[in-house]
Design a protein around this ligand. Sequence first.
Ligand code: SF4
Ligand code: SF4
Length: 376
Amino acid sequence: MAKSRLYFASARNTKWLYQDSLPGKFERMLSTFDFERYIKKDEWVAVKIHWGSEGAFRPIRATFIRKTVDRIKAAGADPFITETVRIPGLDYLHVANYNGISQETCGAPLVLADGLYGTDNILVASGPIIGEVAVASVIHDVPAMVVLSHFKGHIQSSFGGALKHISMGGVSARHRAKKGAGRGGMHCLTPDRIAWDKKLCTFCMACVEVCPRKALSIEKKKLRIDENLCWACGRCARVCETGALSDPIDPEDFQRRLIEGAKGVLSTFEKNKIIYVNVMLDIQPECDCMPGADVSIVQDIGILIGDDPVAIDQASLDMVNASAPLPNSLASDLGLKPGGKLLADLHRPDPQFGIDEAVRLGLGSREYEIVKLDEC
Ligand code: SF4
Ligand code: SF4
């Protein structure tokens, strides 16, 4: 099988010159990469970014977004920065601003891909498990996209990279009529449903506080989930330390749904219309959705660029797994040692399961070759 070519710039900086800095190397990498093969003059191009959250302050830095935007402009196209609603849309626009992602810093307007309420979407066939996914209408309609992913851990999928970003990030928060077609249909086995076990509940209120939709309330020792408000984001289950709240889903089933969602989103693009950039900095153990961010589990690695979401995630995973766990991090707390499968040891399931599933669905190749920037 042909290997997918990826280009790599290391985060190491030993000469203290701009061209040896990661922004300088990224700029060179972008000009070397043949954007003109993927985007046409005057075309609208989405730059897909996760905007982080109020406490998750480690999304991709504006400098890398700006350079991507500038490269798209240099190709004669018209970029905009986009993201799907993770918390109520107006709040999310403010969060982007707090995290340094704005038109002023990044050089292109910010657009909510599924509208202020997270319900602007188009149903697309995805496969036998979910059936249909509600692809954010902007992502559905835009002809070309650069997926700029912060590679890191994730409590449910073990890792977040290009595949997860396309899927969870390309699918809308919820569909107005079809339960289970929104992002919640990937998080939960029963459509958009979080389970509560009263016996395990200490009534600490953490879940009520963390819910971005104000969908939870506790009265007279009974927890109530407003099904009309809940979009099954899973935040509440993640902060529940006793296991009283849970996403009733098997980790491997979650991976299958996630990859099927990615397939649905990718089906809305023609061939050779998406470029992937994986940024391996601040490789923290959790998703940028959560209202907090831990320290990195491994040292900063660098940036990969390519046109195959599977190959870029496989290469990123291999690089993280080959890294030494950092002291004073979750990896060292768990006693993880170099040479193991770091992300698989941190969370279940083994991230390789999701990558293999993506290969099975024909989303790309796990075989890759890496061209280091200085060898371009
Ligand atoms: S976070 Fe868990 S233990 Fe605390 S109130 Fe919610 S369900 Fe109960
Ligand atoms: S899954 Fe939990 S945190 Fe998310 S919207 Fe529903 S109740 Fe709120």
